[in-house]
Ligand binder design. Structure first.
Ligand code: G1P
Length: 301
């Protein structure tokens, strides 16, 4: 049995410039999909996969994330007084247990690899999960839970992948596909943001990783790569020289909430999956789509 994955790292130091001015005073991870912050979905996915300790690599102006995962006693009292028991128990059940969160700051925007390296002291000498909060998955079983079967069988390092188009490969880390079994496939190659002629496949790294702690020693000396940043993919290429990497094709859909279209699509998809909201929301969507179609038809006449 490989060593259990108890800790998860969430790099949340990014500035969120693509969402200005919304992110001027609010971290992008606190923008909401329906009525829950983006980061809450990702933490929930980690919890469902059995993660016990949540490590946030933050930066300036991110302290509201810490508040979000803390007890809010005045709010709890107000809800109790008003008899809002459901809201109260939902709040309580989502709270990570005392001592189960850690926060450290990245201090300088040197890249994702550097952000992960900042968590080394808190993670220590054990394998861990890494979840990029921009990527929000929708599935019956969360992506990290799906990856656990491959980890239990092969140990080592596990990466979730999804398929993209040749036009989009330059936006992501791309993997080469080797021998397959029922849990996943052996990763033969990794390239960060290749152009389409150099991409080994159309499978992109979708922001969920299980990594062995030896990655930290490599990150410590990792030179900057694509975009002039210290890349986690480059450190994984180094680690792959001595350890196995398994790819798991995520059975579900990931929304890239780092882009406006992806974030808006996530809102629509998650709202339509909520029984309390879906009927009213679907009616509104129909109206909007109908009005857009009518305008288009008129323009075409
Ligand atoms: C990072 C990773 C990349 C991965 C992507 C998923 O890139 O470096 O390999 O495919 O996340 O979102 P970034 O989006 O930080 O440029």
């Amino acid at each position: 049995m490989p060593r259990p994955i108890r800790k998860a790292v969430f790099p949340v130091a990014g500035l969120g410039t693509r969402f200005l001015p919304a992110t001027k005073a609010i971290p992008k991870e606190m923008l909401t999909i329906v009525d829950r912050p983006v980061i809450q979905y990702v933490v929930d996915e980690a919890r469902a996969a059995g993660i016990e300790h949540f490590v946030f690599v933050t930066g300036r102006n991110k302290s509201v994330i810490e508040d979000h995962f803390d007890n809010q006693i005045e709010l709890e009292m107000a809800l109790a007084e008003r008899g809002k028991d459901d809201a109260l128990s939902a709040l309580r059940s989502e709270l990570p247990p005392a001592g189960a969160t850690s926060y450290t700051r990245q201090q300088a925007p040197l890249g994702l690899g550097h952000a992960v390296w900042c968590a080394r002291e808190i993670v220590g000498d054990e394998p861990f999960a890494l979840l990029l909060p921009d990527m929000v998955g929708q599935a019956e079983t969360g992506c990290l839970s799906q990856m656990m079967a491959a980890y239990e069988k092969h140990g080592g390092n596990v990466i979730a992948v999804e398929e993209t188009t040749a036009e989009q490969v330059h936006r992501y880390g791309i993997v080469g596909v080797g021998e397959k079994d029922e849990t996943g496939f052996e990763i033969t190659e990794m390239v960060e943001k290749p152009d389409r002629d150099n991409a080994p496949s159309n499978f992109y790294i979708s922001g969920r990783y299980i990594l062995q702690p030896e990655i930290f020693g490599i990150l410590e000396h990792q030179a900057s790569g694509a975009d002039g940043e210290i890349q986690i993919t480059d450190a994984m290429i180094g680690l792959a020289q001595s350890q196995r990497f398994t790819g798991v094709r995520f059975d579900g859909r990931t929304f890239d909430c780092g882009s406006k279209a992806g974030f808006l699509a996530a809102n629509v998809a998650f709202a339509l999956a909520r029984p309390d909201i879906a009927p009213d929301f679907r009616a509104e969507l129909d109206k909007i789509i109908g009005a857009v179609a009518a305008t288009r038809n008129k323009a075409a006449e």
